[in-house]
Design a protein around this ligand. Structure first.
Ligand SMILES: NC(=O)c1ccc[n+]([C@@H]2O[C@H](COP(=O)([O-])OP(=O)(O)OC[C@H]3O[C@@H](n4cnc5c(N)ncnc54)[C@H](OP(=O)(O)O)[C@@H]3O)[C@@H](O)[C@H]2O)c1
Length: 335
């Protein structure tokens, strides 16, 4: 990973290294994840929403400058409120924040891409975002702005195959219009990324994928590196506490991870995050708990030995906590 000089404001308790994207923009290599459980089409749980708002405020207070959200999470409004509060309190300036949002599957048609982006901007009370990602390669039929899972009478999701290149042209327009500084992809496989690369005017700057010690995706990572695409690891802690597949092992509690943590007197979360950073990934761990938020930032004051890195490499075992089973019927299903 290319570490760029850190020139973020000194309000943060300690500086976080940046990575330089292929458009020259700098992105803090650790950011805050914000996704929560919620109903597919219904209202998001209000208690969870206020927790997310509090988490963003605490995160900014302790030094986070990179925040990840998505239209799908239904929390852009609360995140926007938290950002507005911290900016108006003078804790941070907008130019020092790096905000990521994601285009939901119902907005893939060219006529809906900028509509989706503008809706998110309005929710967040922002004029632009730092990175605008396509959430998934699978498109859904657009019915109205608020229906996230359009379904037929049997409850089966209605897919809508849109050529990714046509969608990407509108993503590029978002950059031209100054509404997004960078654009990227999430959950795309190598073939799908190559299809975009073959015809794009602006290359994806970022690929956000599930990657952690149990799912390193080294081939996809090498492909991204060769194409100057920065890989951002979602579920970097193995989405602790909410593995979607029953019976899958819990990464956070892996004996090798615990052993290294105990010996170095650090936490398992720190081992997992530092490992990903050592292996060239940016990380967006989610937490709504201040001690965890702080703990996750403090991964730059220790190093993992070659021996420990080698032991962690051995854990790679193709465990995917987010297989998105409900998307399997689509020809664009990526896994
Ligand atoms: N693009 C996509 O399709 C996609 C899919 C999934 C996720 N994401 C993004 O990636 C982010 C991260 O993924 P994730 O939320 O699924 O999982 P994660 O970050 O791997 O794990 C989050 C869990 O770990 C716990 N945790 C955090 N720090 C900890 C620490 N220091 N010690 C112990 N436990 C700790 C959190 O609980 P506490 O709150 O109690 O700390 C939470 O239960 C998401 O929030 C979202 O922004 C993107």
């Amino acid at each position: 990973m290319i570490f760029a000089e850190n020139d973020t404001d000194d309000v943060a308790s300690f500086p976080i290294p940046n990575v330089e994207l292929n458009n020259g923009l700098k992105m803090p290599i650790i950011g805050l994840g914000t996704s929560e459980f919620h109903l597919q089409n219904g209202p998001t749980n209000t208690a969870e929403l206020s927790k997310v708002r509090g988490a963003v405020e605490m995160a900014i207070d302790v030094g986070y400058r990179n925040i990840d959200t998505a239209f799908y999470y239904g929390n852009e409004g609360e995140i926007g409120e938290a950002l507005k509060k911290k900016i108006s309190e003078g804790v941070v300036k907008r130019e020092y924040l790096f905000i990521n949002i994601q285009l939901w599957n119902t907005f893939h048609r060219p006529e809906h891409v900028l509509q989706g982006l503008k809706k998110s901007l309005k929710n967040l009370q922002l004029d632009f975002v730092d990175c605008f990602l396509v959430h998934m390669p699978v498109g859904f039929k657009f019915t109205d702005e608020d229906t996230k899972y359009p379904a037929d009478k049997d409850g089966k999701v209605l897919f809508d195959a849109v050529d990714h290149v046509e969608m990407w042209r509108e993503m590029e327009k978002a950059v031209d219009l100054g509404l997004a500084k960078s654009i990227g992809l999430s959950n795309f496989n190598q073939k799908q990324i190559q299809h975009v690369l073959d015809s794009c005017r602006i290359k994806p700057a970022v690929l956000q994928i599930e990657t952690h010690a149990y799912l390193m995706q080294n081939k996809l990572f090498a492909f991204c590196k060769a194409n100057q695409i920065v890989v951002v690891a979602y579920a970097p802690l193995g989405s602790k506490g909410r593995g979607q597949v029953e019976g899958t092992p819990i990464l956070h509690d892996d004996p090798v991870v615990e052993d290294i943590a105990t010996r170095l007197d650090i936490t398992s979360a720190q081992v997992l995050l530092r490992y990903l950073v050592e292996r060239g990934r940016c990380v967006i761990p989610k937490s709504t708990f201040k001690p965890h938020l702080q703990n996750n930032l403090e991964i730059f004051s220790f190093a993992l030995s070659e021996d420990d890195l080698g032991r962690l490499d051995q854990l790679d075992r193709n465990v995917r906590y987010f297989p998105f089973e409900q998307l399997r019927g689509s020809p664009e299903y990526p896994f």
